[in-house]
Design a protein around this ligand. Structure first.
Ligand code: BES
Ligand code: ZN
Length: 455
């Protein structure tokens, strides 16, 4: 039996197992899900064991890490697979057409939180490897599998784990399936991710909510002030106004600009898919250049004042907001957080008190766009998808990818199976069944192709 026929034969059970995995509400951001997260780690650990991996769950000060190995021969290349089993909070629940942790199939899609990001994709990797193990009795490369539970909350504990277990994690290349293809008919190798820097801002006004009639006009309103300060973060050309924000940003290469121009793109389709009348961004850059290669500054959520039913006439005593800045390679998250704080405190009027909490972040990465590893992944994608991949970058972040290079000296192959419209981080997250199947197939061919690379 070939790995592909094995995948076909085990289709039903594979889907059943994926559903079981998706039913576990492993939301890393919320402490009420601590036990679910631990259960999810346990489930994966047992599943990897049942396939023949030596697997273990490692505790961290946060959520546990699952680490598994399938070692064949020291002379063969060693591939470090990375994925995450934690998911984003599913809220707002009322916008889901079916409950986020009750996976269902509708019109060729699996709907559930984590279906694509990243349980579905990690599971495709595991099942691809299983197909090779079960049909050939072994693997053509050594595999190390690292699955964490804190990716969606900045992978806070993973760098330390990697530093402490450098020898155990030693390998030749990293493989991550946590990105998307270019579109439904065009698979992609992703060679760049943006980094991220996060801050939370608190604006304090009067020592309690006060009557807006009695005091309005005489004192600063923290919500008004916060909005005005946020409004000062961009100029009319869409550039971020924080002094020094662009100082470490490198210009796009000619090769990249040319590469992106070759990708199919229609502004009208892009707008339509998002229900927008127009797009907006930094002057002088195309849509993909803006979303993949330029840094940004965006409010993720803003809070303050009365949100309940009906009216309440107050000047709220405080306002707050969460901001993330997407970074590009060479920008340092700490430096950017410091610059943000300095600027924000400088523009704050004396009539309010402003506090900026800096949560740090992760660096952006670009990985080589040539070389034998990349060629091997291109061949695997072609076998799985029936089409050669194009090159693209992504606007999202996978914090640990930069650390793999810095701590372990390893490059990463970003082989994503999702689609841009899989609604990751949104209501109705989904994963096309055909993409899950292609992901399993690609993952079954990948070790064979990687084995051809001379160590
Ligand atoms: N899978 C995403 C990264 C991604 C996003 C890839 C969009 C391709 C397209 C990942 O799980 C993610 O969302 N990461 C977070 C990291 C953050 C919380 C530090 C992100 O980018 O917001
Ligand atoms: Zn993810």
């Amino acid at each position: 039996m070939t790995p592909f026929t094995y995948l076909k034969k085990t289709e039903k059970q594979r889907m059943k197992d994926l559903f079981t995995l998706l039913e576990i509400p492993s939301v890393s951001a919320k402490s009420e899900h601590k036990k679910d997260i631990a259960d999810c780690a346990k489930w994966l650990n047992n599943h990897l064991k049942s396939i023949g991996f030596k697997s273990r769950v490692y505790k961290t000060p946060g959520h546990p890490i699952v680490y598994a190995e399938y070692m064949v021969d020291k002379k063969l290349p060693t591939v470090l697979y990375y994925g995450h089993y934690d998911v984003q909070p599913p809220e707002p629940l009322e916008l889901w057409n079916s409950p986020p942790f009750k996976p269902v199939i509708r019109a060729g899609y699996i709907y559930a939180r984590g279906a694509c990001d990243d349980k579905g994709q990690t599971f495709a990797q595991i099942k691809g490897l299983e197909a090779v193990i079960k049909t050939t009795g072994t693997l053509p490369v050594n595999i190390k599998f690292l699955i964490e539970g804190e990716e969606e909350t900045h992978s806070v504990n993973l760098p330390k784990f990697i530093r402490q277990n450098k020898k155990m994690l030693k390998g030749d290349i990293v493989v991550v399936s946590d990105t998307a293809q270019f579109n439904k008919n065009l698979p992609a190798v992703t060679y760049g991710l943006r980094g991220i820097a996060s801050v939370e801002i608190f604006v304090y006004g009067p020592n309690r909510d006060v009557h807006s009639g009695s005091f309005g006009g005489a004192i600063a309103n923290p919500v008004n002030v916060l909005c005005s300060m946020v409004g000062q973060l961009h100029d009319k050309n869409g550039k971020v106004t924080i002094p020094g924000f662009y100082k470490d940003v490198k210009n796009l290469t000619k090769w990249e600009r040319a590469q992106f121009k070759k990708l199919p793109y229609k502004a009208s389709d892009y707008k339509k898919a998002l229900g927008l009348n127009d797009l907006q961004g930094e002057k002088g850059y195309s849509t993909y250049e803006r979303a993949w290669t330029r840094p940004t500054c965006d409010v993720n959520g803003i809070k303050g004042g009365y949100q309940g039913e009906g009216a309440k006439t107050i000047i709220p005593s405080m306002a707050s907001c969460k901001i993330t800045m997407r970074l590009v390679p060479n920008q340092d998250p700490k430096d950017i957080c410091n610059r943000f704080e300095k600027f924000f405190l400088k523009i704050a009027p004396k009539s309010v008190r402003v506090k900026v909490d800096k949560h740090g972040g992760a660096k952006g990465v670009v990985v080589p766009t040539d070389g034998p590893w990349l060629e091997a992944s291109g061949r695997a994608i072609k076998a799985g998808f029936g089409k050669a991949p194009v090159f693209m970058r992504e606007g999202g972040s996978i914090p640990i990818v930069g650390d793999f290079k810095e701590i372990l000296g390893l490059d990463t192959l970003l082989i994503g199976f999702g689609q841009q419209d899989d609604n990751i981080h949104s209501p109705n997250e989904r994963f096309r069944i055909i993409d899950f199947e292609r992901g399993c197939k690609t993952s079954a061919v990948l070790p064979v192709e990687l084995a051809k690379v001379k160590k």
